[in-house]
Design a protein around this ligand. Structure first.
Ligand code: NAP
Length: 308
């Protein structure tokens, strides 16, 4: 029986593990492959305090993970949690399709979110053949080639700028006539002559037989259609919360993100949530870490109450 099981080893989960372990709790921290979460998919963070020159995503993830290295009360199995059942004081956590079973007195859900797809025919089939959701992972395959980015949030804008350093040209395609990403990125994009912006434009189809060769675009304002030849398409159209393993009883918002109070408590006693998985306005590395600290503190108080 662990004091706490933490699902997800991104900034929220790692911070929660650190705080709970330092409070003397036994912790099981589930990580899916490598620690870091979405930080690993970010080329450079320019808004994390303490790094005025910015820091590479993988470097920050390494530093987060290194912070856990000497804490012996944290066990770190790799694997995917498949279900959580039971009640405060004795939750059963199954992982790896039910093959592994663990017990914990409280659960902290820090499982973050996965990329959303455009839902186009051939989108799946073209993954690795022109379609990607990670510019840092795959951008180099498109050196000096023409690529497109879909989306209008901070991820799309940041990765457009990243790809502009690699590709010969980047077409940024956004369905509305205004971006939701930061103005500072919009200004850099406007000043970058390698980037061509297509506003009010949707991708209707992916062209190509065995690999991506182009995009069928439609301007939703004018109705104009065109085929845009590209070698690669990087899709950044938001994220979907990873909550499939959670009991139905845990309240979620209309998009599926977990509803918590300000102390990261869900409506189910003993289950806490932190980071991008939460229903909230601001999804940043710094806010995920902050959530993790708050959730750990609230969980610690809850554990003390369980002890009576
Ligand atoms: P996001 O902010 O949710 O933006 C998703 C974008 O995709 C929106 O522009 C949206 O269009 C578009 N979109 C959604 N579904 C679509 C569809 N089916 N077809 C075409 N376009 C679609 O997601 P994100 O950019 O990944 O960012 C996620 C969170 O992380 C945000 O809170 C963001 O601020 C944060 N973030 C911060 C930084 C940073 O601070 N440096 C970097 C990256 C991400 P509409 O605009 O029309 O809705």
């Amino acid at each position: 029986m662990y004091d706490a099981v933490i699902v997800g080893a991104g900034p929220a989960g790692i911070t929660a593990a650190l705080y709970l372990a330092r409070s003397g709790c036994s912790v099981l921290l589930f990580e899916n492959l490598t620690p870091g979460g979405q930080v690993l998919l970010t080329e450079k963070l320019e808004n994390y305090p303490g790094y005025p020159q910015g820091i590479k995503g993988y470097e920050l993830a390494d530093q987060f993970a290194a912070h856990l290295a000497d804490l012996n009360s944290i066990e770190r199995p790799q694997g995917e949690v498949s279900s959580i059942t039971g009640n405060a004081g004795d939750f059963t956590i199954k992982a790896e399709a039910g093959e592994d079973e663990y017990h914990a007195r409280v659960v902290l859900v820090c499982s973050g979110a996965r990329h959303r797809t455009l839902g186009l025919e051939k989108e799946d089939a073209f993954i690795g053949r022109g379609v990607s959701y990670c510019a840092i992972c795959d951008g180099n395959f498109y050196r000096n080639q023409v690529v497109a980015v879909a989306g209008g949030g901070n991820s799309a804008l940041e990765e457009t700028l990243y790809l502009a350093n690699i590709a010969s040209k980047v077409h940024l395609i956004h369905r509305r006539n205004a971006f939701r990403g930061y103005q500072v990125y919009q200004d850099r994009i406007a000043a970058n002559d390698k980037v061509e912006v297509h506003l009010s434009t949707v991708i209707e189809a992916l062209e190509g037989e065995k690999e991506l060769t182009g995009l069928a675009l439609k301007n939703v304002a004018t109705g104009a259609q065109e085929i845009l030849p590209v070698h690669g398409l990087f899709i950044y159209v938001g994220f979907i919360p990873q909550t499939g393993f959670l009991p139905e009883a845990v309240e979620r918002d209309h998009q599926g993100f977990i509803v918590t109070d300000t102390e990261m408590r869900t409506n189910v006693p003993g289950i806490f949530a932190a980071g991008d998985i939460r229903s909230k306005l601001c999804r940043q590395v710094i806010t995920a870490a902050g959530d993790g600290a708050t959730a750990a503190q609230a969980a610690f108080v809850f554990l003390e109450q369980l002890d009576g």
